[in-house]
Write a protein that binds this ligand. Structure first.
Ligand code: GAL
Ligand code: CA
Length: 867
């Protein structure tokens, strides 16, 4: 039935293509699928919109054609009068328009538009009529277009979206615009509401016998004027795609109503989803009536995640420390424009470091992030709120501005109860989007809810309880959590919120609790399940060794693991506090990746320069990876602690005298991050001694290694040009040669060449896929010139375009954009720069070349193939 329909549709579309339409042919989008990408062919007002731009008859000849996802703030100039916490980049109000013709074959279809995320305050109009409003910048929303859509194969429809990001707005760089994907969903009048459909199973049964009944509460909608007698047929497929069970039932869905059909399928010998084996099942449901049919498949996974107040976190019965990172959601030069390839690169790098969990801070994760987490085996904490009713840091336009506002019964967005507040919509929507996703282990009811404002918070525990109720209502198995930064401070309101979580079976996350606080809280509240929801806030600039701590002149921070904010600690100390305590379930470091805004120690919450050097710095120093995606040294520290599958062996600093700081005696501190049992260090072939870790094993069997009280090895070495080399040995003293990281550092001579390397050699020619190309500076022998700061020019030829350049330097205020689609320039920072290239829809070769004065240039070719 389904196949027939699509064959029929294809024929109709082919025919439609032969008939000359009044609109240009490429304005008729391909709407042959159930979910159609609606990213292409938008117009962006580019400062030219006004309050009446919803009226399609008003001109848009000055508007700029754009393809979504799109963040307009990232291409604007840094504004010294902006706020450091927001990356000195402006917001504003802009419009988007999409003009499209709907083939007449789709007459009678139900057509809705789905926005994965718009920052912020989106108002959606169709052909001049306002359909709805969604202020939150992070949850998805959808609107039924059927009522106002002209479906005749020739008339143009105009979808207009007003997007407002009023300042001051956010404690971090939020980006502005339709920054995630948009979809046009085309169904018959009777259809499955997959977002409202929940798949559940009995966890106790699963634990006992690896078999369970799986129940789907399938939500059907009938938008027609007649009651529909439907047959609902479900098939459960295992990770290999084999059907392992099916069931059918009949139901009546009344006209203009929804109905929930519960179906159960029993399956045996289930493969559990885990971080090592992220196997997902799919629940396929087909619904048909005499007139209508629909079919969707919903991925989900079997797993059980549990907490124990004395032993921390367990996945599928196995004790496991959460080795997590907090992540904001910008992608450096791309701003918040969310491309799958950018998220995938981020997750691959983090997973390789040993990350098994992400906390989406401080908001609901997007579809791409959560889908990739499920596919790659990375656990995910969704977070609902950074604030309830009070603006943080004076940001009067943050989430507090609509927390208590009601959605409004005249608002056409879907998945709402008419009298609910945005707080309720956000809470429920977050869970609806994630409850079938095996990666999502917890829902946070908020981050540091009592910080960064003053105001009466007596109602906060009540808000917390309401949010917990909404979350549990959407998913009774949901584990709730919080980011509590007041542990040990006896704050009655905070303790009441924490207790509400505990009463609901949740786990309490502490932000920046040291070992003593974990201990005292565990002693005071022995039944609370605890973990570090936010830790470290260690600071570093990639490759910066020329000053011991904070460099006020250059606005850089030492890359040694020594600098952190006042409320935080070093990377090694934060992990030591966690790994040495079995009752602490893990940690989520602040942060996995550098982000725009919050450039501590030069952060500012009010407008204006903090450093006295204009709008610099504009991005954070918190990441273990910089904004360009280049690993800092701490990346290898975490790898040495978190990834047991490789032997990490990484030396810092580099070995060029002008890059590094020496003590009064002329010695250089050389640190080695490793999980080997011992490491020997050599300077120009001469041993500087071997250092041994002492292995520590906790009662629960977690292990870690210390030497001189810390989790890494350290030597003081007289500087002499040449080479420092490290050798790793196992417990029996055998040398390990297969190691990951920089196992030697060498004095380089002058910069002589630039070398391009790409993260991928094969791309999809889909107009969206990305390659991340690194330009590294080398001397004539090919040694990296780690401190090099040189201007590079990039040229692209072939089937692609340059969409961003970066180097990870928080103080570099040059544009993240190229000068045009084929040319860009960037100075290297600590020897590297990045070019981001996007494919076109034409298969072929993308050729990128890099040149710099006095340097041998480099060319790289990437193949872009038809997907
Ligand atoms: C935390 C906060 C984060 C970030 C961090 C910086 O208190 O939750 O959003 O501001 O501090 O150290
Ligand atoms: Ca502010």
């Amino acid at each position: 039935m389904r196949r027939l329909t699509s064959v029929f549709l294809t024929i109709v579309l082919l025919l439609a293509g032969c008939v000359p339409a009044s609109a240009e042919e490429n304005d008729v989008p391909d709407l042959s699928r159930r979910m159609n990408s609606f990213n292409e062919g938008w117009l962006f007002s580019c400062g030219e919109g006004d309050e009446t731009a919803s009226d399609p008859s008003l001109g848009d000849s000055t508007w700029e054609p754009v393809t979504l996802p799109h963040d307009w703030s990232i291409s604007m100039a840094y504004d010294e009068n902006g706020e450091a916490e927001s990356g000195f980049l402006p917001g504003g109000t802009e419009w988007y328009r999409k003009k499209f013709v709907v083939p007449s074959s789709l007459k009678g279809k139900r057509i809705s538009v789905v926005f994965d995320g718009v920052y912020q305050r989106a108002e959606v109009y169709l052909n001049g009529q306002k359909l709805g409003y969604h202020p939150d910048g992070y949850t998805s929303f959808s609107l039924d277009l059927s009522g106002g859509l002209i479906v005749d194969g020739s008339s143009e429809n105009v979808l207009a979206v007003r997007v407002e990001n009023p300042q001051p707005n956010s404690r971090w760089y939020s980006g502005s615009g339709i920054y995630r994907d948009v979809w046009l969903k085309v169904t018959d009048s009777v259809f499955v509401d997959e977002d409202a459909t929940a798949i559940r199973y009995d966890v106790d049964q699963l634990k006992k016998q690896n078999n369970t009944e799986t129940k789907a509460a399938i939500v059907l909608r009938n938008d027609s004027d007649n009651d529909a007698n439907v047959t609902v047929h479900s098939v459960l497929r295992d990770p290999a795609g084999t059907a392992v069970g099916e069931t059918s039932s009949q139901a009546v869905v009344q006209a203009k109503q929804t109905a929930t059909v519960s179906q159960t399928i029993e399956a045996r010998d289930l493969t559990l989803w885990s971080v090592d084996d992220p196997s997902q099942y799919t629940w396929e449901v087909a619904v048909s009536s005499s007139d209508d049919s629909d079919a969707v498949s919903i991925p989900f996974g079997y797993r059980y995640a549990e907490w124990d107040a004395d032993h921390g976190f367990f996945l599928n019965g196995k004790a496991m420390k959460l080795q997590g990172v907090c992540l904001h959601q910008d992608y450096g030069a791309l701003g918040t424009a969310c491309y799958e390839a950018a998220v995938e690169r981020q997750l691959n790098k983090l997973k390789r470091m040993g990350v098994n969990a992400i906390r989406s801070t401080h908001h609901a994760a997007g579809r791409i992030l959560r889908t990739l987490c499920a596919q790659k085996g990375i656990l995910l904490i969704e977070e609902g709120f950074d604030t309830y009713i009070y603006p943080k840091n004076g940001n009067v336009n943050d989430g507090s501005s609509f927390f208590l506002e009601t959605v409004g019964s005249d608002n056409g967005i879907e998945h709402v109860y008419s009298d609910e507040t945005w707080a309720e919509y956000i809470s429920r929507r977050m869970v609806e989007e994630s409850r079938n996703n095996p990666a999502v282990i917890m829902y946070s009811i908020g981050n540091e809810l009592l910080g960064n404002f003053s105001g009466d918070t007596q109602d906060y525990p009540q808000y917390a309880e309401e949010i917990i109720t909404w979350i549990k209502d959407e998913d009774p198995d949901a584990v709730v959590t919080i980011g509590d930064n007041l542990a040990g401070r006896d704050n009655a309101v905070q303790l009441a919120m924490d207790q509400a979580l505990v009463d609901a079976g949740g786990a309490v996350g502490f932000n920046y609790a040291g070992g003593d606080v974990y201990d005292s809280m565990h002693a005071a509240y022995p039944d609370w399940c605890l973990y570090g929801s936010e830790t470290a806030s260690a600071l570093s600039s990639r490759g910066w060794y020329s000053s011991p701590g904070v460099d006020e002149k250059n606005l850089q921070v030492s890359a040694y693991d020594t600098v952190h904010v006042g409320w935080g600690t070093t990377a090694q100390q934060a992990w030591k506090d966690v790994i040495s305590r079995d009752f602490v379930g893990g940690e989520f470091i602040w942060t996995g990746w550098d982000y725009l805004g919050e450039p501590e120690p030069w952060n500012g919450l009010e407008p204006g320069s903090v450093s006295g050097q204009g709008a610099s710095p504009k991005s954070s120093y918190f990441g273990v990876v910089d904004t360009a995606g280049f690993e800092k040294d701490t990346y290898y520290f975490y790898m040495s602690q978190w990834n047991p599958d490789v032997v990490t062996l990484h030396i810092l600093p580099d070995w060029n005298v002008e890059d590094i700081v020496r003590d009064k005696l002329g010695r250089v501190k050389v640190d080695v991050y490793s999980n080997a049992a011992s490491v020997e260090l050599f300077r120009n072939g001469m041993s500087l001694g071997r250092k041994y870790f002492a292995k520590q094993t906790t009662e629960d069997g977690y292990t870690y290694q210390t030497c001189e009280g810390v989790l890494y090895l350290s030597w003081d070495v007289w500087y002499w040009p040449g080479e420092i080399t490290a050798k790793a040995y196992d417990e029996d003293g055998n040398e390990i040669t297969d190691t990951v990281g920089r196992s030697s550092v060498k004095t380089s001579s002058a910069a002589a060449q630039v070398v391009l390397t790409a993260d991928r050699s094969e791309l999809r020619a889909d107009g969206s896929d990305l390659a991340f190309i690194t330009a590294g500076i080398r001397d004539e022998d090919g040694n990296p010139v780690d401190g090099a700061s040189v201007d590079l020019n990039f040229t692209l030829e072939g089937e692609g375009r340059i969409i961003g350049v970066d180097n990870g330097d928080p103080t570099d205020l040059s544009s993240y954009q190229g000068s045009d689609e084929s040319h860009a320039s960037r100075r290297t920072f600590s020897g590297k720069a990045l070019i981001i290239v996007q494919t076109s829809k034409t298969a072929g070769t993308i050729r990128v070349s890099a040149s710099g004065e006095g340097l041998a240039s480099s060319v790289i070719e990437i193949n872009s193939a038809t997907p």
